[in-house]
Design a protein around this ligand. Structure first.
Ligand code: SF4
Ligand code: SF4
Length: 428
């Protein structure tokens, strides 16, 4: 089977401090949960409970652009706010766990969805707080609306491209809940009114991709309206990025003479959340999180309740071997610093790491030695060394930077190339 990729730059990213991806552990339920009321990019959320109120597991506690639910039963003991590393003010409700679980350990009722219209399906996903769980945290309804207002040809791309070992949580989810991801993709296809589903898998994961094809054949109704393709992509980082994935898929489109049209790209965690909302009527309660880094004793993929404090997650992994110098959520390539171990796991937290060194660049500023490595790996063909020198001056080329982090990771002088070039053009 042919493998489709982007033409230049990038690199094969390996990190032995990332956790193994072949299994996951269910984390202890947190005694204290910190449930954010302002998701990453979802607008303000109005709390519908007050301090002192009793809440049930899965109960609506915040209403707004993206609904927020209690992930454990208990009592609301505080309303707090803090500034994260991006200077963003976050508000949250603190819940002390107590009382009966409504969903955990109960037999799950399965609800039919085939008879529901796309509007009804979108409303359910919105009611249950489904967001884009792999990236921005945007409300799913916004993403679908943006792509469903016209009559043009559209494809849903199921992004299972593992170009970064810190995507271990997504891999474990795909392996353990493949049926949920597959059925979630069929529901998403109906919600968005797409004409084709494309399973994009990195070439090393061909077997998993074929399992997805078999699973979808088992649930597709005879003569179902949605054709399905499996496309193998390269594994070089940043193959998973929107731009590089689209380049690979346009090559596939040209070669196979298939019209993919506009692409709606969703990842496995989002699709599993759609399945939970529509089939189980369950809000987003937990998330697979890859926990690791050189400072962590036991690196593993954990299934963690949203709102669990990051410090509790590390504690469950045996704590630290020594005092970490860097703690962040996400991949070391693009992670966000965690400034306080009381910060919670969010719907978008796919990884959390703690390292003994600052190996991902951006911290040890030395002089550029002119090695050219940054130019070699930039997939856009930019000159990061030059752009870095011009920070503070207008340089139109920097607008093409999509912040993939390749240049920063390979820079032997540990210059904060990606962070500064990308933020100079308004990225974050
Ligand atoms: S962060 Fe920007 S400049 Fe650096 S490699 Fe990626 S696209 Fe190129
Ligand atoms: S990789 Fe770093 S040291 Fe090498 S040319 Fe680029 S900025 Fe300079």
């Amino acid at each position: 089977m042919r493998v489709y990729s982007f033409p230049r730059g990038g690199f094969l990213y390996d990190d032995h401090t990332a956790p193994r991806r072949d299994s996951s552990e269910v984390a202890y339920l947190p005694t204290i949960s910190v449930i954010p009321l302002i998701p990453n990019e979802g607008g303000r959320v109005q709390p519908v409970v007050s301090v002192g109120d009793t809440v049930k597991e899965g109960m609506l506690i915040g209403w707004g652009h993206t609904n927020v639910h209690a992930t454990v039963p208990g009592t609301v003991i505080r309303r707090v706010s803090w500034k994260n590393a991006c200077d963003q003010e976050i508000e949250a409700l603190v819940i002390r766990m107590g009382g009966r679980f409504e969903k955990l350990g109960k037999k799950e009722e399965i609800f039919p969805w085939e008879g529901l219209s796309s509007q009804e399906l979108r409303r359910i996903a919105s009611d249950y707080g489904v967001v884009e769980m792999e990236g921005s945290g945007r409300a799913l309804a916004d993403m679908l609306f943006a792509r469903s207002s016209g009559k043009e040809h559209r494809s849903l791309v199921v992004r299972c491209v593992f170009d970064d070992p810190w995507l271990a949580a997504d891999y474990a989810l795909c392996a353990e809940r493949s049926m949920a991801v597959v059925e979630g993709s069929l529901i998403a296809a109906k919600m968005a009114g797409v004409h084709r589903i494309v399973f994009a898998f990195s070439s090393g994961e061909r077997e998993l991709g074929e399992l997805f094809l078999r699973n979808i054949a088992a649930v597709l109704t005879e003569g179902g309206p949605t054709p399905v393709s499996l496309v193998l992509t390269g594994s070089r980082y940043p193959q998973r990025n929107q731009r590089e994935l689209e380049i690979a898929l346009r090559n596939y489109e040209k070669r196979e003479m298939i019209n993919l049209g506009t692409l709606l790209i969703l990842g496995p965690a989002t699709l599993a959340a759609i399945f939970d909302a529509v089939r189980l009527r369950k809000p987003v309660l937990d998330r697979y999180v890859a926990v690791g880094g050189s400072a962590v004793k036991k690196r593993q993929v954990m299934r963690v309740r949203i709102g669990t404090r990051i410090g509790d997650v590390f504690a469950e992994c045996g704590g630290f071997v020594a005092r970490p110098r860097r703690i962040a959520s996400g991949s070391p390539l693009q992670g966000r610093l965690v400034v306080d171990l009381d910060e919670p796991v969010l719907k978008t937290t796919y990884a959390a790491f703690a390292t003994l060194d600052n190996h991902a660049g951006g911290f040890v500023k030395q002089k550029c030695i002119g090695c050219g490595e940054c130019r070699r790996v930039c997939p856009v063909g930019l000159d990061p060394e030059e752009l870095y020198k011009k920070i503070g001056h207008d340089s139109p080329e920097s607008r093409d930077c999509h912040g993939c982090g390749c240049c920063e990771l390979v820079c032997p002088s540990r210059l904060p190339l990606a962070a500064e070039i990308y933020s100079a053009q308004g990225g974050s």
